[in-house]
Design a protein around this ligand. Structure first.
Ligand code: DAH
Length: 339
């Protein structure tokens, strides 16, 4: 009898909280070698006058062992399916729509990754900056008409603060804080006081690049940008550099890529020229290096600023810049690889 009592206590104290402990329980109390089995087979050795009582007690024990096992098993299984998610009953019956990256972010990341693979590092910079970083350190003289081309949004109470018109403001920040060799790219949003049309917007995105070291040449810049264009648009892509003017580079150029919408035959995006302008570039003006305390007799460098909207249009063959900012899901969904 004391054996029966002992088993009751063991069962009461047995904690079943996992598949493993459930199995241990089964082996200990339900298997052929369990104590319960030996109590059952002992029945024939019990004195006849005690046998009935003994049988009742052992049977009770047997039922208890089985009930505890069945209930624990059921409880474990339902909690598994509920929380670990074999069947998640809390889930909405409707499919869940996955979000995705905006086409501008996709292209911006792609540009950064191409440059990162050849040694540039990505750095962030402020979208609200001061006159020195946006204009003055970059050689824009106070009354120079180049400032008109980049009219922007100023802070009423402090005309020295403005929304940056280009990511070139970052050239200054990096050069002020680091010693050459410098090899950085800065992706980000920029702002200009422009009327919104299919080709222009008051907010858009650029990726600025800057490389400063000893003996950096224009030819090196050209080959790096050619490499970039091929990575971005495919092996057959051509580039051309046209002389241009930026206050902070000398010489300066605009870089065009062959239009991959019309294959060079002429279309609306390339204004029937076969070429699409995607960036400004040039050799950093020695004045700018000196403004940032870099010795221009030792160091030279090149810089470039890529327009991301234009590039996204060439890459994805879209024809209206406003589509990028309207957030129409029907437009944006076309860029998702996971639906
Ligand atoms: N900041 C110029 C723009 O927004 C683009 C640019 C031109 C950036 C030449 C550069 C550069 O770094 O060297 O139009």
């Amino acid at each position: 009898m004391s054996k029966i009592q002992k088993l009751h206590t063991e069962i009461d104290n047995f904690v079943i909280d996992s598949a493993e402990t459930l199995e241990q329980y089964r082996l200990q109390f339900l298997s052929k070698k369990s104590e319960l089995q030996s109590l059952l087979s002992d029945i024939k050795n019990i004195a006849p006058e005690e046998r009935k009582q003994y049988g009742i007690l052992v049977n009770e024990l047997k039922q208890k062992v089985q009930i505890v096992y069945d209930q624990s098993k059921e409880k474990l299984e339902s909690s598994v399916s509920y929380s670990v998610g074999l069947t998640d009953v809390t889930r909405s019956a409707k499919g869940i729509e996955l979000g995705g990256l905006h086409p501008i972010s996709i292209v911006m990341n792609e540009v950064c990754e191409i440059f990162e693979a050849i040694g540039f590092s990505r750095v962030p910079g402020p979208e609200i900056d001061d006159d020195w970083h946006i204009f003055s350190a970059l050689n824009f003289a106070e009354e120079h008409p180049a400032r008109d081309m980049q009219d922007t949004f100023f802070v009423h109470t402090n005309p020295d603060i403005a929304l940056r018109t280009h990511t070139s403001s970052l050239q200054v920040r990096v050069m002020e804080n680091e010693k050459p060799p410098i090899r950085v790219i800065c992706p980000g949003r920029v702002y200009r006081n422009e009327a919104i049309t299919s080709r222009a917007h008051c907010m858009f995105h650029q990726v600025e690049g800057l490389y400063i070291a000893e003996h950096v040449s224009f030819a090196e810049m050209e080959q790096t940008l050619f490499y970039f264009a091929k990575q971005m648009f495919g092996e057959g892509t051509k580039i051309r550099l046209r002389p241009s003017y930026f206050p902070f580079t000398e010489p300066s150029a605009e870089m065009d890529v062959s239009c991959n919408i019309c294959g060079g035959a002429g279309c609306a995006l390339c204004k029937h020229s076969g070429w699409v302008e995607i960036m400004g570039c040039g050799m950093v003006d020695p004045n700018v290096l000196e403004n940032c305390n870099i010795d221009s007799t030792i160091y030279t460098g090149y810089a470039f600023g890529i327009g991301i909207e234009r590039m996204t249009q060439v890459k994805y063959k879209t024809n209206d810049i406003r589509l990028f900012f309207e957030n129409d899901v029907r437009f944006l969904q076309q860029f998702q690889t996971v639906k």
